[in-house]
Design a protein around this ligand. Structure first.
Ligand code: TXA
Ligand code: MG
Length: 347
């Protein structure tokens, strides 16, 4: 199969492909998604096949207006309305009890459905023109870092999907914040809508323990996607948090010639002459979110033995960035002090 690379001006062709049961890579403000009509079970099955996605991992359904929510959710609690007012359209997903009409393929047999009203103008236009809600996971090969530009999608899925719309690089760079509103609101996956922001609406919001990897092998996980090793390049990843310069000094002292480091812009000098890629600035956490997945992909292409990553603390979007890094590292993190020598390990 030849995968078409479509420009923004060709969005009508992409909508037509979706109406006919095709699957299309599409830009969103978070990461690129791999979309199909949420009502078309055969098309949704093709998404799982193209990604090599485990059958028990449900998809997010994307909408372009609040009215579509009533076709999907059996019940919308008042807090969910409040969260929607505050964070939609945007990088924010809510899990609702599902209507019986939502196909089991989409929800992987769960009795809930995840819904996101995306803010991306091209994604919104695609949903409107296709005339259906679009079920879309991130458009990467399952387990690999999410794609933040059309070239990433083509590299992972070219030849296996019908088309990709090139909408340029993604503004957020990490996947949406996922909150369950089935029962007391609970954060299932951190994203660009931060925990601090969520607390302004739901002060006592619960935080799922899967977020920090604190789930035993036989325990049930609320967001099935959280249980898989994820966002992971081929090379093993070592996450190093703690002090800004101390973590850089620690990594530098450990790095062998075949290792590579993803570092903060502020620490680039510490890695002069070493194999290091800057993925963003610690002073601008949004830049870390925008850069992390592309940097993990770039690092992997250099085939290093080990990838060390400077890992921010959990303030703001740091929670989402550190979650992705720690997940790629199997939830182990080394915490460096200022000297870069005395370290402890968490996770
Ligand atoms: O930003 C995003 O959310 C991107 C863009 C394309 O919208 N999509 C995305 O999809 O990241 P995906 O499939 O890579 O991650 C969806 C996450 C998974 O962890 C999945 O298990 C969880 O959401 N999820 C989906 N439906 C769910 C449900 N009904 N209950 C609990 N978790 C659900
Ligand atoms: Mg994904």
């Amino acid at each position: 199969m030849k995968t078409l690379l479509l420009s923004a001006a060709e969005i009508g062709a992409a909508a037509e492909i979706l109406r006919r049961g095709g699957i299309v890579g599409m830009p969103t403000e978070t990461v690129y998604g791999l979309g199909a009509s949420a009502w078309d079970e055969a098309a949704v099955a093709r998404i799982f096949e193209a990604k090599g996605r485990p059958q028990d991992n449900p998809l997010i359904v994307h909408i372009a207006g609040l009215s579509a929510l009533d076709e999907l959710a059996a019940e919308v609690p008042d807090t969910a309305r409040e969260l929607a007012r505050r964070f939609w359209p945007g990088p924010f997903t809510m899990v609702f009890p599902k209507k019986p009409s939502v196909p089991d393929r989409v929800t992987a047999g769960m009795d809930t459905v995840a819904v996101r009203f995306t803010a991306h103008p091209l994604a919104q236009e695609l949903i409107r023109r296709a005339g259906v809600p679009i079920a879309a996971p991130s458009a990467n090969v399952s387990g690999y870092p999410s794609p933040t530009c059309a070239a990433h999608v083509l590299r992972d899925l070219g030849g296996r999907i019908d088309a990709v719309i090139d909408g340029g690089p993604c503004a957020c760079g990490v996947e949406s914040t996922v909150v369950s509103v089935v029962g007391p609101p609970r954060l299932l996956r951190p994203g660009s809508v931060t925990l601090e922001q969520l607390r302004t609406v739901v002060p006592d919001i619960a935080v799922d323990k899967a977020l920090r990897g604190e789930v035993g092998p036989d325990e049930k996980v609320s967001a099935p996607g959280m249980k898989y090793r994820h966002y992971a390049p081929k090379a093993p990843v070592i996450a190093v948090g703690g002090d800004r310069d101390g973590s850089a000094l620690y990594i530098r002292s450990r790095m062998g010639g075949r290792d590579l480091c993803l570092c903060y812009e502020e620490c680039a000098g510490i890695f002069a002459g070493r194999r290091a890629l800057v993925y963003g600035s610690l002073a601008d956490r949004a830049s870390l979110a925008r850069g992390i997945f592309a940097a993990l992909r770039d690092a992997d292409r250099q085939e290093p033995e080990t990838i060390y990553v400077q890992c921010p603390d959990e303030a703001g979007v740091g929670l989402a960035v550190s979650n992705r890094i720690r997940k790629a590292a199997g939830f182990r993190e080394i915490v460096a002090d200022r000297s870069g020598r005395d370290t402890k390990e968490k996770g």
